[in-house]
Design a protein around this ligand. Sequence first.
Ligand SMILES: Cc1ncc(COP(=O)(O)O)c(C=O)c1O
Length: 420
Amino acid sequence: MARLSALVRNLTAETAFTVLAAARALKAQGKDVVELEIGDSPFPSTPHAKRAGILAIEENQTGYCPSLGLPEFRMAAAEVVSAEFGYQATSENIVVGSGAKPFEQFFAEAVLDPGDGVLIFSPHFPTYLPNLERRAARAVLAPLRVEREFRPDPADVRRFVATDPQPRAIFLNSPHNPTGGVATRADLAAIAEVVRGSDLMVFSDEPYCHMVWSGRHASILAQPGMLERTVAAYTFSKSYSMSGWRIGFAVAAPDVVQAIGKLINTTASCSPPLAQRAACAALISDAETRDVYMERFRRKVERLCDGLERIDGFRVVRPAGTFYVFPDVRSVCNRLGITSHGLALYLLEGADDEFGVACLGGECFGEAGSGFLRFSCAEPDERIDQAIAFLPRALDRPDRVRRYLEANSQFVLSQPYRVN
Ligand SMILES: Cc1ncc(COP(=O)(O)O)c(C=O)c1O
């Protein structure tokens, strides 16, 4: 056996992909599974993107390109974020990457030194912590509270700066996965004020920028002075149904952009130019389709909320953004004596031999998510309806739950969740 590094031995991975693999394996064996575990889209990639990608291959645009990205794509990205999000960016502020996720690593490597403190609101996207570990930085978790509709509290940022021995960065994610919370302009203005008076840098993770269900997306970049202090990550995965193309970009100050360019140069070299041409076409020509898709997602979220609300013991706070619903299932877990991720896997594996629903336990997003389930809208409406119809039947099979817990004792709930 190879001797692996301490980093990789301790690295925690994104559970959505583990559950996705389990769901696909069950499907391959003939089980009918509704997949609501992964934050993906049931829609095809937008039409101009598809055509530009095909054309790029046919025209042999298949070689390397600059590490920072194709100039025309960087320019289109700068124009679109400036027009849509109320801040001024030029192509010097844009660096292209393979989705939003790689920018967590680039931010950590560009900004953090060992021992630096990083404030993360929790529940949180699971790959934030592993990317801090790459730089031996310290995560400081602050809970998102349901009383604040899961919006980040500026008071937590103030406290972090005042009390942490080495405060260096904060991670923001609005609209927020998994809770659906959306930071208001007032929240972001108050956070920006603290940042300006400190040595903090901000990683602003904005993959759901087109999924705000009332009003418009607000970025901290629109606050005065924040372009110097922020790396904001955007992706084509959600807005343009292009998750498999692996394409996105970040907006930052030119010196930070150049630093990230060096990190790309020394790892991936560049993101695939085919995907960049497709994404560029999406920005220029697919806004209309994107908006149609977003409206369809909004209706899917409502459908999912309406269905989940009717299930005995589920408490739903309607998400202000994103395509996730994050019901509180603590009383169901307490009744069945099962952890929330145990409940999620029971619905997939244990509740029925022929049919399953894949979703995630809230603890996949940190301890603060325990007692919740996360459902995405990644399936067609009729499949979402089938999943909702299945849940009460699955929860009404105590014999099956008992058998599942006997075979999977790690999911036995040792202490009931506190229900307020
Ligand atoms: C908060 C958050 N950040 C980053 C990502 C990764 O997106 P991408 O596919 O663009 O890498 C996701 C995807 O689910 C996400 O929810």
